[in-house]
Write a protein that binds this ligand. Sequence first.
Ligand code: ATP
Ligand code: MG
Length: 293
Amino acid sequence: MTQYSQLPESIRHLIDRNRNNNQSNEFNNLIRQGGYVPPEQDLLNDAITALSMGKNVLLKGPTGSGKTRFAETLSNLFNQPMFSVNCSVDLDAESLMGFKTLDYENDRQVIDFVPGPVTNAMKNGTFLYIDEINMAKPETLPLINGVLDYRRTITNPFTEEIITAKEGFGVVAAINEGYVGTVPLNEALKNRFIVIDIPYLQGEQLKQLIQATSRLEDERTIDLYVRLSGDLIQAVTQGKLAEDAASIRALVDACDLSAMIPPKRAIRRAIADKLDEDREKEFVLTMAETLFG
Ligand SMILES: Nc1ncnc2c1ncn2[C@@H]1O[C@H](COP(=O)(O)OP(=O)(O)OP(=O)(O)O)[C@@H](O)[C@H]1O
Ligand SMILES: [Mg+2]
């Protein structure tokens, strides 16, 4: 638990007070792994503070910047199971709330309700991670608004049951908002969040992350990858490359491959060939050529 011990005492105190101590929670297998490295310590401190106060946290940042890892780290620090929904799939009320199903009880047919992630998280007082919340369809927004509302109460449209969240319930959401911008978030939704902007990890911290998580061991090559990452981010901010070119996920993939194959080919596979336009691919390959020659 290095992460926890690195936090300021006041923040550790908040976690201690709000930590899930229920050893027998049937959902404890949903307590996630930590491992997020904050580019600035305040990002984590502020998210912990907001969650401890029962506020919803919105992580906003480009693809592969560590938003999901950030949310998982919060689950880990609070020892709190985290249910997860992704709004980019065909998310409807059933995939949030659950669905009715036919079952047998002593040869008698009964209707059962299989709870969905929202129902489960509210009733068990755990965390709920809502990914790509800006992609939620208009018809599901009222439900989500209810979940986020300070009253924390919703009516399950399938059972008419009124659900009020148990203590411990907390919401972390994420949107993919990069330098170029994406689908804007509905105002009513945005209003209900404390917003944390997640930048890409860079420099010495990125180097440490690569050393800790990638298969690549050669320090000189790692240093070059850190420089490549900085160059890629700059090209993205200048509009020369699409957003995903700068993803840390893709960068770590390239580092992994480089443990076995030449960096230029690794960069082609992990970064360049994912880009839509030939011009962009060429641009990345030229960068690779310049650095790794
Ligand atoms: N600051 C960071 N600390 C630790 N790991 C990081 C960090 N930034 C990126 N990563 C690593 O990069 C990968 C991508 O991170 P993650 O999936 O959390 O990104 P994301 O922002 O959720 O991306 P997307 O918007 O595509 O869902 C993961 O393997 C993650 O561990
Ligand atoms: Mg994610």
